[in-house]
Ligand binder design. Structure first.
Ligand code: ADP
Length: 259
């Protein structure tokens, strides 16, 4: 009888422990969801005034340009560049909350791959005076996917390559087509990433040292979002890097057909 009583007490203890654990997990999930909802709401609220400021800045820029006031125009161009950075940070925050909630939407269509890569490279080159972006394209292919989202990933890799290469002035991007897939590699000769940190760069909010001490601005969301987008296209994203020498990020995507 004593044995049964002891076993009963044991079972009861285990039940209480399991219930407590479940309560703690539910609480944690609730807090995570609240955090995600808050970031999402705050980013939405930030979006409207920033869009409005951008509109006014551009209007003023046109006015000063017409009047030949080059000094004011230069300041306004700088303001516009900073507003673009802010817009992109807000966009990353929103996208990250959508990834976490499993709500990132995709518009799937067949698109000309080289055309997209060329377009993104030219856009990035226009915003970067110091760095030369050298593009080498392999034969062209049709890819089925969300053109804007894949463009967002390539933009992110190029912008990181530039950001983390304060001393080098060259960034390379090239594509390679094989039987069933196409790869895009973005290579820089910048600060590089240690072997240990390479394992974590695709995690949400992860920033390697040098980034975390604010030498380089950022939220640690770009690669997290990129990795989700590529995974949802049945592709892969990877990094190879040597500290102090540079980094190389590669994305692989399945292709529809050759063009
Ligand atoms: P962010 O650049 O906003 O910090 P990312 O998610 O794009 O966020 O990158 C995560 C981290 O990976 C960065 O903080 C940086 O430490 C490292 N990283 C990414 N790209 C590069 C690169 N090309 N060279 C060196 N470090 C990089």
């Amino acid at each position: 009888l004593d044995d049964i009583t002891a076993r009963k007490a044991d079972i009861h203890e285990q039940k209480v422990f399991a219930e407590e654990l479940q309560k703690q997990i539910s609480e944690k999930i609730k807090l995570e969801r609240q955090k995600n909802d808050f970031i999402s709401m705050a980013s939405h609220e930030l979006k409207t005034p920033v869009t409005s400021i951008k509109g006014y800045t551009q209007a003023l820029q046109r006015r000063f340009s017409k009047a030949g006031n080059t000094e004011a125009e230069t300041f306004l161009i700088k303001m516009d560049n900073q507003i673009n950075k802010l817009t992109s940070l807000i966009g990353d925050l929103l996208d990250a909350t959508k990834v976490t909630a499993g709500q990132l939407q995709y518009n799937i269509e067949d698109f000309d791959f080289n055309e997209l890569i060329q377009e993104i490279t030219e856009e990035m080159q226009q915003t970067s005076r110091k760095h030369q972006i050298k593009l080498t394209l392999d034969s062209n292919v049709l890819v089925s996917g969300d053109r804007n989202r894949i463009g967002q990933v390539v933009t992110n890799l190029l912008s990181n390559a530039i950001k983390y290469s304060p001393k080098a002035n060259e960034v390379l991007i090239h594509t390679k087509v094989s039987a069933r897939q196409v790869t895009v590699t973005v290579e820089d000769h910048g600060i590089g990433i240690s072997q240990k940190n390479q394992q974590n760069v695709f995690e949400q909010f992860f920033r390697a040292s040098g980034s975390s001490d604010n030498t380089f601005a950022g939220l640690g969301l770009g690669l997290f979002i990129a990795s989700e987008i590529i995974k949802r296209h049945s592709g892969e994203i990877s990094v190879s890097s040597e500290e102090g020498k540079g980094s190389s990020f590669t994305i692989t995507l399945p292709i529809e057909r050759l063009l």
